[in-house]
Design a protein around this ligand. Sequence first.
Ligand code: DLL
Length: 418
Amino acid sequence: MPLPQLRALQLAQLQAMVARQYEQVPAYRAKFAAAGVTPDDLRTLEDLARFPLTRKSDLRDAYPLGLTAVPREQLRRLHASSGTTGKPTVVAYDENDLNVFAEVVARSLYAAGARPGMTFHNAYGYGLFTGGLGLHGGAERLGLCTVPVSGGGTERQVQLLLDLQPEVIACTPSYALVLAGELARRGLGPDDLALRFAVLGAEPWTDKTRQEVEARLGVTATNIYGLSEIIGPGVSNEDAAEQRGSYLWEDHFYPAIVHPETGEVLPDGEYGVLVLSSMTRTALPVLRYWTGDITRLIPEQNSTGRTFRRMDQLRGRADDLIILRGVNVYPTQLEAVLVGMGQVSPHYHVVLTRTGTRDDLTLRVETQTESAALRAEIERLVKVQVGVTITCDLCVPGSLPRSEGGKLKRVTDLRAPE
Ligand code: DLL
């Protein structure tokens, strides 16, 4: 779409969305009032910067469904992602939203190289996580024969890759390396597979990982980005022929990069926090959502002729979210487990390490009563309540770092930069 037309469409969609929020969602009306704006103040795209940001805490405060803009009977699906306090964030979709979801994922898969008639191995987790079902809907929309493998069961996954000969695979980049490892263990390689394209995301990765996955699985790998609060996977995707930044589907999601401290909107090319508005969502329209992800909009001209902007690979996060093997974990979720037990002091520290391609989290906890049973109980509770397998390390009181006035660093990330 020519740029002037695209900008006009975005403005019209944002105006309609803000009006819907104002009329249907009391929490947004209150936020607008506090910021001194009404929907009439949105006359140009620049005016959007005057409207308040939405944060994860807004969704949490409205738990489970306080920010939805349509009656409950119109909802067709709920997903959830982990929250900072142990309670998940629930996200809702109506029929229109599922349609938008399928459309943007279909586009993402097409950009990634997939074409109708191909077979698609979907190794993202099915369930409350948006990855599995999200990619599934878009793949069927594009006309792919979709194999809903979900995560885990590596040996079976590799067997299916050999038996069903899919051309396209989607999973986290770290899991792509695990699959490549299992293939190699069997003495097999890319020539034994039909794979041509890999659609990788949900966790940070680098060009070095890309090269490794491409060589070991015989694919062209592209980056898929997204987050539950905006829709799930398919907010942006790289083009397989270009592999240089992920195209934001700007007719559905309006991006801005803002300064991490001041919130000021920054020009294209500068790094800051990605803020997204889901313009066409009807059940859960989210205005100026603070993703916490640090990136930039690539200012150089692209090679594909699209007018949508590209976002660069993520540089990191503005908050303390840890992404462990594709699962979101906040340190406060671990703290909640410890506090709930009563037997250990609230002093804890998280150490992240990488062995080969596997990331591990060690939770170091201070306790008077060192015992194997206590260690096992903490590991079990974290698995049940947070959903990740970790190692617990008990240590003597006073040995862990304390806050020295500033922000206490709870996490030591020893995963080597690639
Ligand atoms: O991870 C949705 C998704 C599923 C994306 C499958 C891609 C593929 P959440 O669980 O809500 O949603 O986590 C969102 O994950 O804010 C980023 O910090 C991180 N993330 C997602 N995609 C990428 C990526 C899904 N391509 C959070 N590169 C986001 C780096 C990513 N980080």
